[in-house]
Design a protein around this ligand. Structure first.
Ligand code: NDP
Length: 286
């Protein structure tokens, strides 16, 4: 049976540290970091993610404002709000919860956020910074994955890492972070042939597919480290589950994360970390 790495426990530990950090930062700079989250519409998953972010801000002491807009908000209206927040010296981080309703172009919204307040790390300037190894904001989920691996001292250098998924928010950036740590990285996707033979090569397998229980035990090498990024509903039980068939894979892996309680809590924690980092840069520039 694998050792289950608890993202929840790690997140708790990091949040305790950040609580004290925010107290010290307020003493130093005269105010707390401020994050503004914009939620357009009432997609249940988005509402739940935004509520998780609000709770984390309250727990850590970060000032939080959620701007709730109706689902028929126009792109122009949203861009106006972002412009106001970009120019508000009391705001350190801006996040627009994705996905957005179809009348709004997501790229236009991501591009409009001041990269120095882009706590998600999605702005092209921050994406370029990641790929060129320049200073910038690292996206939260990939950052959380690396922190989870480091929390139990998983060696990364020289290891074969297979990432299943190539999205801009998870697969691609986490592959770059693993490459920067000198892993030999393979990125698999929906057109990969004989996926099991690819994933079976992995010393570290990162699943970011978005398909419930997709990674089965026959796709995992004995002793592999398995990181499950997926957040899905189990079609049979209706319960939250990952991309990895945990019950069967756990006997093959050496380390594994669980859903819920794995990468999810670390994603929000890294968002808080990014907000604090943006705040410090903002204050130092004044
Ligand atoms: P996307 O839908 O953007 O990307 C999914 C990726 O999986 C694509 O690259 C796709 O390939 C690949 N894929 C789909 N089907 C297969 C297949 N049969 N074989 C191999 N690869 C396949 O999803 P995200 O990256 O945004 O999210 C992935 C999962 O992670 C989701 O469950 C999401 O909810 C979760 N998530 C969790 C977070 C957390 O905090 N824990 C944060 C963000 C996401 P192709 O490119 O060819 O289409």
């Amino acid at each position: 049976m694998a050792i289950v790495i608890s993202g929840k426990d790690l997140a708790h530990e990091k949040r305790e540290y950040m609580k004290n950090q925010v107290v010290e930062l307020e003493k130093k700079y005269g105010r707390k970091p401020k994050l503004v989250v914009i939620l357009v519409g009432d997609n249940p998953a988005s509402v739940s993610y935004v509520s998780g972010k609000e709770k984390a801000c309250i727990e850590i002491g970060i000032t939080n404002e959620t701007i709730r807009l109706s689902s028929d908000t126009t792109e122009e209206e949203l861009l106006k709000i972002i412009d106001r927040l970009n120019n508000d010296s009391q705001v350190d981080g801006i996040l627009t919860q994705l996905p957005l309703p179809k009348q709004i172009n997501e790229d236009a919204v991501i591009n409009a956020i001041n990269p120095e307040k882009d706590v998600d790390g999605f702005h092209p300037q921050n994406v370029a910074a990641l790929f060129l190894k320049q200073p910038g904001t690292t996206p939260c989920t990939p950052k959380g994955i690396l922190e989870v691996l480091d929390s139990v001292n998983i060696p990364i250098e020289g290891k074969k890492c297979v990432v299943v998924g190539r999205s801009n928010i998870v697969g691609l950036p986490v592959s770059k972070l693993m490459l920067d740590r000198n892993a030999t990285v393979t990125i698999a996707h929906s057109r990969t042939k004989d996926l099991a033979s690819v994933t079976k090569e992995a010393d570290i397998l990162i699943a970011a597919v978005g398909k419930p229980l997709f990674i089965k035990e026959n796709m995992v090498k004995d002793g592999a480290v398995v990181i499950d990024v997926g957040v899905n509903r189990n079609p049979e039980t209706g319960k939250l589950c990952g991309d990895v068939d945990f019950e069967n894979v756990k006997d093959k892996a050496s380390y594994i994360t669980k859903v819920p309680g794995g990468i999810g809590p670390m994603t929000i924690t890294c968002l808080m970390e990014n907000t604090i980092e943006c705040f410090i840069k903002h204050m130092e520039e004044k």
